[in-house]
Design a protein around this ligand. Structure first.
Ligand SMILES: *Cc1c(COP(=O)(O)O)cnc(C)c1O
Length: 385
């Protein structure tokens, strides 16, 4: 497709190669057979690229990968079975025992656990820095193999100057990897800011309907080719054809959904900022500023209650907001930071980097913001101490 087309057009458009179908079919196949001996030899010799077995290449998954590469403005992309598979595969394709990673604080908690539990055992160390402190990143980076970023960060929603940080990584010979799940390519295209590799939990906004767990890695043809040939075939965390098809369906409305999440998210964040029982709102664009590198905001942010609010009571009093992790779907969700205290199973980034106990995370879905505001108002009223 034409490079000059806007993201909204790219997302709504599907190639109609098959039977003039406006929606591409699902290639629900493990296997693709060869015409003859010569074609098999050409393929195995690497002179011909074609689907052989869906752990490697599947046409439905490939259509999703091409769409993401176009949106992220990278040469190529690779679908994975989850966001964590995208993160672990991208990182494992770079690090070797003895290497060091510099990562920002307040990472997505399972990425943090992967670093702390897996990589440590491989003799890969991770140093965490406050990504807002450019000087601290500059000091930490020499000798590091990877600069690992998430902007905004999980729970605290700190934003970073992605371009400056990626420039620092490049000058030091480190590969920059960023988790772009929060902004989606609609509101941030990190590759255009100098970031080497972009990873997503496609389970969130890219899928958008809470019906798929998937991930994607976007980067140069060389980086993706290396993950495709040295990591994915052996760890095996490949995106399935059906999930790829669901993602193609989700992507058609990504632009419309993101603008709605943005509008409603800002409306609810503004309402909370004015509420007498709320002492802080952590939303990257509250107050009208737009952090560098972002062109918009999604529906996920956090806020802090005054001590007058009984948080468990508040959570239970909500009628529209559902209690749950994940985010990026049509539904509004709440997670109180209090639950991270109770969580078992390895190191917890929220605890390690100190998230206040009065913090609450909201995902603003596609319901009417007036109804969501009324729900929050009645639940706060019902939970005052
Ligand atoms: C959910 C999430 C992930 C992990 O994605 P899965 O698809 O659940 O494996 C990674 N990063 C962020 C920021 C997330 O919210």
């Amino acid at each position: 497709m034409d490079d000059a087309l806007s993201p909204a057009t790219r997302l709504a458009y599907d190639e109609t190669h098959f039977a003039n179908a406006v929606v591409p079919p699902i290639f629900q196949n493990s296997l693709f057979v060869f015409e003859n001996f010569a074609e098999m030899v050409e393929t195995y010799a690497g002179r011909k690229t074609r689907p052989v077995y869906s752990r490697g290449l599947n046409p439905t998954v490939r259509a999703f990968e091409e769409k993401i590469a176009a949106l992220e403005k990278t040469e190529d992309a690779l679908g994975t079975a989850s966001g964590m598979a995208a993160i672990s595969s991208a990182v494992l394709s770079v690090v070797r025992p003895g290497d060091r990673i510099v990562a920002v604080e307040h990472l997505y908690p399972d990425a943090f656990r992967f670093f702390e539990m897996f990589l440590r055992d491989m003799n890969v160390t991770v140093d965490y820095v406050d990504g807002r402190d450019i000087g601290a990143v500059r000091v930490a980076i020499p000798g590091a193999r990877i600069l690992y970023l998430e902007s905004p960060t999980s729970w605290t929603f700190h934003t970073h100057d992605i371009k400056t940080l990626c420039d620092i990584a490049r000058a030091a010979g480190a590969v920059s990897i960023i988790d772009n799940s929060w902004a989606s390519p609609i509101f941030c295209q990190p590759a255009t800011l100098g970031c080497d590799v972009v990873v997503h939990s496609a389970s969130k906004y890219l899928g958008g309907h809470s019906d798929v767990v998937a991930g994607v890695i976007a980067g140069s043809a060389e980086f993706i080719g290396n993950v495709r040939s040295t990591i994915l075939p052996y760890l095996g965390a490949k995106l399935s054809a059906f999930d790829g098809w669901l993602l193609l369906r989700g992507l058609r409305t990504l632009s419309a959904r993101m603008h709605e999440h943005e509008r409603s998210g800002l409306a609810i964040a503004g309402f909370l900022a004015d509420h007498p029982e709320v002492i802080a709102v952590h939303h990257p664009r509250l107050g009208g500023q737009t952090p560098p590198g972002l062109t918009g905001s999604s529906g996920l942010f956090s806020f802090e209650f005054s001590p007058n609010v009984d948080i468990p009571k508040f959570v239970d009093a909500l009628r529209i907001f559902k209690i749950g992790v994940s985010w990026g779907g049509h539904e509004s969700l709440i997670v109180p930071a209090l639950v991270t205290r109770a969580q078992v199973g390895g190191p917890n980034s929220a605890l390690r980097f100190g998230v206040p106990e009065n913090l609450v995370r909201l995902h603003i879905g596609l319901e009417s913001p007036e109804d969501l505001r009324a729900d929050l108002t009645q639940a706060i009223g019902a939970s005052l101490k």
